[in-house]
Design a protein. Structure first.
Length: 261
């Protein structure tokens, strides 16, 4: 039984994003700067008194996490805009390609690109840890896996924002989602201490509207070699899958109703 045509369309669109990104000097520079910072953690580790292993692990996970935000913001801000500036989007959508297929192809291409950057940074970090004889535990791989999941989540949000905002607003909003998502629990605790009901409702609203990214953050567990329960991993997976699907569905609905001409 032949596969539906949309599968080939999504694959072709994703491959086009991949090929274009491999020629993007900014992305190559982004990967190189991440590697340099990871190598710089060795120097910082030597300067630390009795805590070089912790510095290398902390800085490694910080670089990998932060570069996910930067990569998703950059690719998302330029992905759809460049298509319309070069008018290639009109050519693609004039064919029997739906707008949903167009977006899913772009998203899959984004995932391919950021996953490549992610794997490069992770491999360099693991090599550094092995060279410094730092024990690599299962908690490290779990933490790394959920950081990758956060990258994909940010890519989905980036695509959603790019479907209806300008590149500047897209980068600004995505950065806010990332930071506030990691501060979600603190915002809720802060809201409980406020005397003003109005402000309390605002901060609690932010807590419930934004994804709780701390639910997928297992970096401390990896740093201190603490076991991670299956329940926490299932909850974290649910957060990632739920928000990724929600973002993609919202992006498809918005882009389908967008006036292109």
């Amino acid at each position: 039984m032949p596969s539906p045509p949309y599968k080939y369309q999504i694959k072709a669109l994703a491959q086009a994003v991949w090929k274009e990104s491999t020629r993007d000097r900014a992305l190559l520079s982004l990967s190189a700067s991440g590697i340099i910072l990871l190598l710089f953690s060795i120097i910082l580790g030597k300067m630390a008194v009795g805590g070089s292993d912790r510095v290398i692990q902390n800085m490694g996970m910080w670089v990998i996490g932060t570069w996910g935000l930067i990569s998703s913001a950059y690719i998302g801000a330029n992905l759809i805009r460049n298509e319309f500036q070069r008018q290639t989007a009109y050519l693609i959508l004039s064919r029997p390609v739906t707008r949903t297929v167009f977006l899913m192809g772009k998203f899959l291409g984004m995932v391919m690109v950021i996953s490549t950057i992610f794997m490069i940074l992770v491999c360099v970090w693991l090599i550094i840890m092995a060279a410094k004889s730092i024990p690599i535990t299962l908690s490290h791989f779990i933490a790394i896996g959920f950081i990758w999941g956060e990258w994909i989540l940010l890519a989905a949000f980036s695509l959603l924002l790019a479907s209806f905002t300008s590149p500047v607003m897209q980068v600004f909003c995505l950065t806010g989602i990332s930071f506030l998502g990691h501060w979600a629990r603190d915002l809720k605790a802060f809201a409980g201490q406020l005397d003003s009901p109005f402000l309390r409702q605002i901060f609690e609203g932010i807590y419930y509207v934004l994804p709780n990214l701390e639910a997928v953050n297992f970096r401390d567990a990896a740093l201190y070699n603490q076991p991670i329960s299956s329940i926490l991993m299932i909850e974290a997976s649910g957060v990632l899958i739920g928000w990724i699907l929600t973002s993609l569905i919202a992006a498809s609905l918005i882009f389908s109703r967008r006036k292109l001409l």
